[in-house]
Design a protein around this ligand. Structure first.
Ligand SMILES: NC(=O)c1ccc[n+]([C@@H]2O[C@H](COP(=O)([O-])OP(=O)(O)OC[C@H]3O[C@@H](n4cnc5c(N)ncnc54)[C@H](O)[C@@H]3O)[C@@H](O)[C@H]2O)c1
Length: 323
């Protein structure tokens, strides 16, 4: 059934890809974004664009009233740069915590479902025991991770106080066309840029640090499936004890920086070599999510092969360089 939906952050990497998919399924899509990192030209033509800062909570509320009955808010707008959060944690919290409180208040106007883009990597920290399930202790090391976790807590509180059917998506390192080099999987865009310019990789540390790279198309499909489960009530048992459904979204595969560079070279059909530089302070060594809960409950997969996804990303980066 077609719905009126809002995508906050719908001019960004994941949000605009999601907005495209929602338009394709016939939804009436409204994008709210202040273009801090997003691009106006990424918003689908069939969507209505509203330029607004989500931390202006009164303006957001007024806009929701103006848009009219909204069934779902896909809340992806964020200050998503971990380094910015370290230098300016108050700014990060204004967007990621106050902004989320604003979204919850605006969504309440129409009893809308809120699907929140959270983070597994920045909430669990070091995954020394391999793929981290949702029950892993939450130990954020950055203000960004702390703010995302705080926002999750507000989602749960809103659901308990007002009966909202909200859902938390904890993404791993999302990559694909339109991605920004400053995001959590920024290294993919950086490596893609280097193969296009014919430059070797710059690797910090010994390159054995691992991440869980999940393709944006798979992330978008899972996000919509989670919203559908909230809408049709098939996730009701996950809400029974006053909790919210929380889904890790990742492949469960660890890819080292060295493997990522080798696969990027293969995807681009080139061999440029590597340069090693001093390790960066405080970098997590292993980050990988166990997403079996999402697979089982939502019937989704995260199976886009890395080389195929990297090829699509490099092709997109190439068109952007030419544009
Ligand atoms: N990319 C990843 O690997 C990853 C991993 C985990 C979680 N996430 C989360 O997924 C979401 C989307 O991330 P992305 O990688 O597409 O990042 P992105 O920076 O491309 O998208 C964020 C969007 O939010 C907008 N925005 C920022 N501040 C805003 C504000 N105050 N008001 C309105 N709009 C604002 C930006 O302009 C941008 O369009 C974010 O919530 C991010 O924290 C991303």
């Amino acid at each position: 059934m077609a719905d009126r939906v809002v995508v906050t952050g719908g001019a960004g990497f994941i949000g605009s890809t999601l907005a495209d998919a929602l338009v394709a399924r016939g939804d009436d899509v409204h994008v709210i974004d202040n273009l801090a990192t997003g691009r106006r030209d990424q918003v689908p033509n069939a969507a209505t664009f509203h330029e607004l800062d989500i931390s202006d909570v009164d303006a957001l509320h007024d806009l929701a009233a103006e848009i009219g009955p909204i069934a779902r808010w896909y809340h992806l707008a964020a200050q998503a740069d971990v380094r910015v959060s370290v230098t300016d944690p108050a700014f990060d919290a204004r967007v990621n915590v106050i902004g989320t409180i604003g979204v919850l208040r605006a969504a309440r106007l129409h009893d809308a479902i809120v699907i929140f883009a959270s983070t597994g990597g920045a909430i669990y920290g070091e995954c020394s025991n391999g793929p981290a399930p949702e029950s892993t202790p939450e130990l954020p090391e950055s203000p960004y991770g702390a703010a995302k976790l705080a926002a999750e807590v507000f989602l749960g509180q809103d659901a308990r106080l007002y009966g909202g059917r909200h859902t938390v998506m904890r993404y791993a390192n999302v990559y694909g066309p339109r991605q920004d080099p400053h995001g959590e999987a920024g290294v993919v865009a950086i490596f893609g840029g280097r193969v296009l310019r014919g430059e070797p990789a710059r690797i910090f540390g010994d390159g054995t640090q691992t991440r869980d790279y999940v393709y944006v198309g798979d992330v978008v499909a899972a996000t919509i499936a989670a919203a559908d489960a909230a809408a049709d009530g098939s996730d009701a048992d996950l809400r029974a004890a006053g909790t919210l459904p929380i889904y890790n979204i990742g492949t469960g595969n660890e890819t080292s920086v060295l493997e990522l560079w080798d696969t990027t070279e293969r995807a681009a059909g080139t061999e440029l070599g590597r340069e090693f530089h001093a390790a960066r302070d405080g970098e997590v060594l292993r980050s990988v999510l166990d997403a079996s809960h999402a697979r089982t409950r939502l019937g989704v997969t995260f199976d886009t092969p890395l080389e195929q996804g990297l090829k699509a990303t490099i092709e997109w980066l190439d068109t952007r360089v030419e544009a």
